[in-house]
Design a protein around this ligand. Structure first.
Ligand code: G3H
Ligand code: 13P
Ligand code: ZN
Length: 330
């Protein structure tokens, strides 16, 4: 058994209480490799933001859980070396079973998500409660989910979203004892969220997707005052990186993400954790493609990874400062 407390990590409890009260959201950035992790830590130290480092099942398969856990420990030491001890959470993203969550809790994670959102309601309650009962013995916090997001998440593809039903949230939270609740109000996973056909154009000619269902969020907040709410699928699909990828040999289809203003509005509410993965992938791939195109003689990975890391860092800083409002809150 490895306790997250010995790795310099914290759980989400205090972080979320402060974020809900302060009207901002904690960034939850996925990482799979060293350059992503360095960029996240540099950005969060420079903006003095708390941070949640997320590890998906795909990340565990790609990089190995023990390596990722030790990278998270290294991240806290790196933050210290950079001159500012930000609170760092190591979180399992989309845990698919009690066993997966237990393995992470036993191996130094300070927070886990049990994603029973695709299960029948009673089964979701049962598995979530089982995870909470185990996690709380070790002061590990748990995120549950009600409602289904469209898009690709690990190996699961959901064609259609099902919005969270506000009438279920009180029962779910009281029966399971979860510390936070992920909800479905119109965000979706992956880089292909909305096609241009699903959008309208504003006066500046910019494509605007259908707005998030703030009415559902408000109803949920009314039923669970001050309870921490989580938004998955919150990448904004920055068009500069999509363009960069396609200008340098890539073939991405047109797609529109969640507008930053809507995320900013959500962050001011009880939404206190906002998950962003795809935007990091786009920034990294775009930059690597550009550098390799501009420097065809380059074969040292550090040449292009260094630039990718710098682009990622700038993007995360922008999110902390201008979108989530988490800058200065560490
Ligand atoms: O919600 C899913 C995350 O973006 C993780 O994706 O399983 O490909 O690492 P992944
Ligand atoms: P995006 O695909 O919008 O980045 O969402 C990531 C996510 O929800 C991770 O759990
Ligand atoms: Zn997700």
């Amino acid at each position: 058994m490895v306790s997250y407390k010995d790795l310099g990590l914290v759980n989400t409890r205090d972080m979320f209480a402060k974020a809900v009260k302060g009207g901002y959201a904690i960034p939850a950035y996925n990482f799979n490799n060293m350059e992503q992790l360095q960029a996240i830590i540099m950005a969060c130290v420079e903006t003095k933001s708390p941070v949640i480092l997320q590890v998906s099942k795909g990340a565990r398969d790609y990089a190995n859980m023990n390596i990722l856990r030790n990278m998270a420990r290294g991240a806290t030491e790196y933050a210290h070396e950079l001159g500012y001890d930000i609170p760092v959470v190591l979180h399992l993203d989309h845990g698919d079973s009690f066993e997966t969550c237990k393995e992470c809790i036993d191996n130094g994670f300070s927070s886990v998500m049990i994603d029973g959102s695709a299960l029948p309601y009673d089964e979701n309650v049962a598995v979530t409660k089982k995870v909470v009962d185990y996690a709380h013995k070790f002061d590990v916090t748990v995120e549950g989910e009600l409602g289904v997001l469209a898009g690709v998440e690990d190996d699961v593809v959901a064609e259609k979203s099902h919005y969270t039903r506000p009438e279920e949230v009180i029962d779910f939270v009281s029966k399971t004892g979860v510390d936070s609740l992920a909800i479905s109000i119109g965000t979706s996973h992956g880089a292909y969220k909305f096609t241009p056909e699903q959008c309208t154009r504003n006066s500046e000619g910019i494509l605007v997707p259908p707005p998030l269902r703030f009415d559902i969020l408000k109803e949920i907040e009314k039923k669970l005052p001050g309870f921490p709410i989580v938004l998955h699928g919150s990448s904004s699909v920055p068009q500069n990186f999509v363009k960069m990828i396609n200008e340098h040999g890539g073939k991405l289809k047109d797609s529109v993400g969640i507008p930053e203003e809507q995320l900013r509005e959500a962050a001011k509410s009880a939404v206190c954790k906002i998950n962003i993965d795809s935007d990091g992938r786009l920034a990294m791939t775009g930059t690597i493609r550009r550098v390799l195109d501009e420097k065809p003689e380059a074969f040292d990975p550090r040449v292009y990874l260094k630039e990718a890391r710098a682009a990622l860092k700038e993007m995360y800083k922008h999110k902390n400062i201008d979108v989530l409002g988490s800058a200065g809150k560490a």
